[in-house]
Design a protein around this ligand. Sequence first.
Ligand code: HEC
Length: 158
Amino acid sequence: MRKIQMIIACLLISTSAIAADKDNRKILALSEAQRGHVLEEMRALLSGTRNILAALSTDDMAAVSKYARPLGLGMAHKAEDHLKGVLPREFMQLGMFLHRDFDQIAADAESRQDPKLTLRQLSDAMTKCVACHDTYQIRTTPVSGQPAKTHEHGRHHH
Ligand code: HEC
């Protein structure tokens, strides 16, 4: 009897593990190029965040500001051209809020020069990284609605 209970328990655990492995996050259907832009921005966010932490570890608030600034809204405006109308509104909004946080971090690092404050702001800002990654995944699709010829033409210029 005990053995059967153990087997049932094992089955339950393994099926729930399989269910958890499946990626149920909302799909963003992007072209290869669009995916490239999003992921490039993501890597800049990661390395920028790392640089901010390194600067904080030596209380170098000028460097904090220097590394936070490029992650601000200026970064969002650059990306907008490529991704306008492609990404859902909530996704864009979350991104905007995150960029605004980095502008605030840059400004306060200069004016307040308080590493503890910056750490709090950074960990708050990073809840947005976590929230978005919990919600979305990217899948690439062939470019649709575009004649194949235009696509080929574009390719030769690269
Ligand atoms: C508005 C949504 C959103 C926010 C905010 C966000 N990300 Fe992402 N990020 C994504 C998506 C979507 C992917 C692709 C995930 C997938 O397809 O599995 C991604 C992927 C990444 C990757 C992988 C890059 C690669 O080249 O594969 C890194 C690193 C990353 N994000 C870092 C961050 C960091 C650090 C932050 C916060 C400072 C952040 N992201 C905030 C949506 C977001």
